[in-house]
Design a protein around this ligand. Structure first.
Ligand code: F6P
Length: 548
């Protein structure tokens, strides 16, 4: 990376930022330039991204692309796809893209092609799912499996949860998937309450197989099963595992014949494409899972080959950097107008915030600029009746991604038309706003007095000029979902490169885990909490007195 060029680019962007803040009015920009929509969009087949309602100009986009070039985004991208160890703090390659490289050639890590092992695990997953679906895989008492419980957390949970919800219309009959992640016993107790141990299969999903929440839930599930079936040998037919640590799987008591591996170059939050996707395969069938992989593969190819100005992930990333670092936005809202994408914001919270929530550079220097934004959101139209008020009339600048399909996968087309109309209306309302003159015109037609109008008018003004990006595609099928998720993965990658952080480690999760281990005996009352700070010690004491 050229430090001078980076500095020049930032300085240019700062100047443009001052200019845009002072002068750019989106309503006016659309009125002045009938080609604005035609110029500010990028697409991949039916996947269409309209970014014309953002606070940008041609000069801004040019300067942002110069920044990407100065940061050597394309060079880093090629290193990632080639299997270089770009996760420097863990000395690992970053190769979730290899997991969907179904039609590509070999990819080497340390001189070894990873593709044969990937394909081998895929074919084992396919065969296993086929046995579960057909009933050839039987529970301990000879019954067919009807319920699958995935026990995992973070990346070993959120991806499959999100995808299984997104692909609900594709679920196969005869099998239900459940997810237990929280160490809060309520999660597993509530989940198991209505299940029959004879027909339940547990997937213990953990990259490291050391995660306390997952192991605690796994042991409780094991106890439940043995108690219900009265035989320890039942575990073999009711537990399978997904992990990179197969020796730890064996130590837990799961036959490694029933374990599916993946590799240290797959980050947890990038792992749904690996064997971590087993609950997806069981829910929708292997062929649909492969379509998901192929969608991601199509986005990978686009990301690798499209020039910067036609590149979807690059464009989204640069617009995000513009808001975060130049215009001062602290969050990014993800608002899918699709009930099936209800878990996408939560999934992207981990993907983005665990990746780019960093404050030192790759080589450990403190960072003096903003990095990853807060990611949040809910599906529309629900959000409209909850938090949109603040986006429209609050004091925060909140860039929004709207996500919507042209066609529904259900027969209620009148619902879908309303959904789409609401989605486009919100983007338009954010952009246009409503001036005081327009408000006063509207009120003048009613029965309010001029004095009452003076009081009410300012409340009803919408400042407008609020940015959004519209992500529109034909329908939410597995292929499109794969493209969408990979699109966000690469957006996060590009931003990480520009911010010069390692997007593939997550040291920030460690301290809490370590302290929870230390506090456990104090919470249990077997150790004195006197050594802790007054608040922590006081809380433990207070909690114990509430228990007694
Ligand atoms: O604590 C954070 C984290 O390490 C995530 O990065 C990861 O996805 C999650 O925990 C679960 O880890 P594992 O799959 O190893 O159980």
């Amino acid at each position: 990376m050229s430090a001078d060029k980076m500095t020049d680019s930032w300085e240019k962007l700062d100047r443009l930022g001052a200019d845009v803040s002072e002068k750019l009015n989106l309503r006016q920009a659309f009125a002045d330039d009938p080609k604005r929509f035609d110029r500010f969009n990028v697409s991949l087949d039916d996947l269409f991204v309209d970014y014309s309602k953002n606070l940008i100009s041609d000069d801004v986009m040019v300067a942002l692309r110069e920044l990407a070039t100065a940061a050597n985004v394309e060079g880093w991208r090629d290193r990632m796809f080639a299997g270089d160890r770009i996760n420097v703090t863990e000395n690992r390659a970053v190769l979730h893209t290899a997991l969907r490289n179904l039609d590509g050639g070999s990819i080497e890590v340390d001189g070894e092609d990873v593709m044969p092992a990937i394909k081998d695990v895929l074919s084992r997953l396919k065969a296993f799912a086929a046995r579960v679906h057909s009933g050839a895989w039987k529970g301990h008492t000879g019954k067919k499996i009807t319920d699958v419980v995935n026990i995992g957390i973070g990346g070993s949970d959120l991806g499959p949860v999100m995808v299984n919800e997104a692909l609900r219309p594709y679920h196969v009959d005869g099998i239900r998937c459940h997810f237990v992640s929280n160490v809060d016993g309520a999660h597993i107790v509530d989940t198991l309450k209505h299940l029959d141990a004879q027909t339940t299969l547990f997937i213990i999903a953990s990259k490291t197989f050391t995660t306390d929440e997952t192991l605690t839930n796994a042991y409780s599930a094991r106890d439940w099963l043995i108690k219900a079936l009265g035989d320890e040998n039942a575990v073999a037919k009711h537990f399978v595992a997904v992990s990179t640590a197969l020796e730890k799987v064996a130590a837990f008591g799961i036959d490694t014949e029933n374990a599916f591996g993946f590799w240290d170059w797959v980050g947890g939050r990038y792992s749904l494409w690996s064997a971590i996707g087993l609950p997806i395969i069981l829910a929708v069938g292997y062929d649909k899972f492969e379509e998901l992989l192929r969608g991601a593969q199509a986005m990978d190819t686009h990301f690798k080959t499209a020039p910067l100005d036609a590149n979807i992930p690059v464009t989204l990333a640069l617009i995000g950097v513009w808001y975060r670092n130049v215009l001062g936005a602290s969050s990014q809202a993800i608002l899918p107008y699709d009930q099936h994408l209800s878990r996408l914001p939560a999934y992207l919270q981990q993907a983005d915030m665990e990746s780019n929530g960093k404050s030192v550079t790759r080589d450990g220097q403190p960072i003096a600029y903003e990095t990853g934004p807060i990611i949040w959101g809910e599906p529309g139209t629900n959000g409209q009746h909850a938090f949109y008020q603040l986006i429209h009339q609050g004091t925060e600048l909140i860039p929004v991604d709207f996500i919507v399909a042209a066609k529904a996968l259900h027969p209620l087309s009148n619902h879908h038309d309303k959904l789409v109309a609401n989605c486009f209306a919100q983007a338009e309302a954010l952009m246009r706003g409503k001036t005081e003159a327009e408000v006063r015109d509207e009120l003048a037609g009613g029965d309010l007095s001029p004095a009452e109008i003076d009081v009410l008018a300012p409340q009803k003004v919408f400042a407008g000029n609020k940015p959004s990006t519209m992500i529109l595609y034909k329908q939410l099928d597995p292929f499109t979902l794969g493209r969408l998720v990979a699109m966000y993965e690469h957006k996060i990658f590009v931003q990480g490169i520009i911010w010069n952080v390692n997007s593939y480690d997550q040291w920030g999760v460690e301290l809490g885990k370590q302290l929870a281990k230390e506090l456990l005996p104090m919470v249990q009352g077997t150790e004195n909490a006197g050594s802790r700070d007054a608040s922590t010690a006081g809380l433990i004491k207070q909690m114990q007195s509430l228990r007694s």
